[in-house]
Design a protein around this ligand. Structure first.
Ligand SMILES: C[S@@+](CC[C@H](N)C(=O)[O-])C[C@H]1O[C@@H](n2cnc3c(N)ncnc32)[C@H](O)[C@@H]1O
Length: 216
């Protein structure tokens, strides 16, 4: 999977992209991420990319640098690829959509805005999917995008070292769309709480029954 991210703050992605499972996926070239600093596409003297909003308060990202950045990527990859814009809206993301996106999106662009919003004409002209992570408002475009990337990247074959993790996890078919059962490790007693006895006896049938009865 190849993801092109346009942002004013590429640095806000780096610690996340350089850690843990996502880093391993990048190292193995299962996930290829390119960051583009939006200001590099500004023709303005001080490389700013915003202007005053018409008819309301605040600043808005101007259409020109965004359009230039998007077309730069189209030219670089020699084709038009889907463009995604994360928005707090009713187009809510869920596990089913995550799975569909992970299969459908092989290479795509993600736009991060800043200030109040991006100029609507960029959405009208270029954006294929507007996606909301849920019904609340974040300050950061980057954070919403990282959540989206993280949710779909784990479905890329071989990103998770144990493919069973995908089969048997919250919202999966195998668990009837329910939340996964609780997990325990050593010590057997912690404070006043014990590990359920059934998990200690390695009787797979009984354990499977316990798992089924402990889905939420
Ligand atoms: C402060 S919000 C902008 C809110 C906008 N003024 C409004 O009222 O809808 C900054 C940006 O973070 C991202 N964002 C915030 N909440 C989000 C959510 N629930 N889902 C997806 N993206 C979100 C969006 O890209 C959003 O434009």
């Amino acid at each position: 999977m190849k993801i092109h991210i346009i942002t004013i703050f590429p640095e806000s992605f780096t610690s996340y992209l350089d850690s843990s499972i996502i880093w391993k996926a990048r190292e193995k070239w299962l996930l290829n991420i390119s960051l583009y600093k939006l200001n590099d596409f500004s023709d303005k003297k001080f490389k700013h990319v915003d202007d005053k909003a018409f008819g309301t308060h605040g600043q808005v990202i101007s259409p020109e640098p965004l359009s230039k950045a998007i077309n730069h990527i189209f030219d670089k990859v020699c084709k038009k690829i889907p463009v995604i814009y994360m928005t707090p809206s009713w187009k809510l993301l869920n596990q089913k959509k995550v799975e569909t996106f992970s299969k459908k999106l092989d290479e795509f662009i993600i736009i991060c805005g800043h200030y109040e919003w991006i100029d609507q004409r960029i959405i009208d002209l270029y954006v294929d999917y507007e996606i909301s992570i849920w019904k609340y408002v974040l300050t950061s475009w980057e954070l919403a995008n990282m959540i989206f990337i993280d949710s779909i990247a784990r479905f890329i074959p071989e990103v998770l070292w144990n493919p069973l993790s995908l089969e048997e996890e919250s919202f999966s078919k195998k668990l009837n769309g329910k939340k996964e059962f609780p997990h325990y490790t050593r010590p057997r007693n912690f404070e006043w709480l014990e590990v359920p006895k059934v998990l200690l006896n390695w009787n797979h049938k009984e354990i499977d029954n316990w798992k089924k009865n402990n889905l939420k």
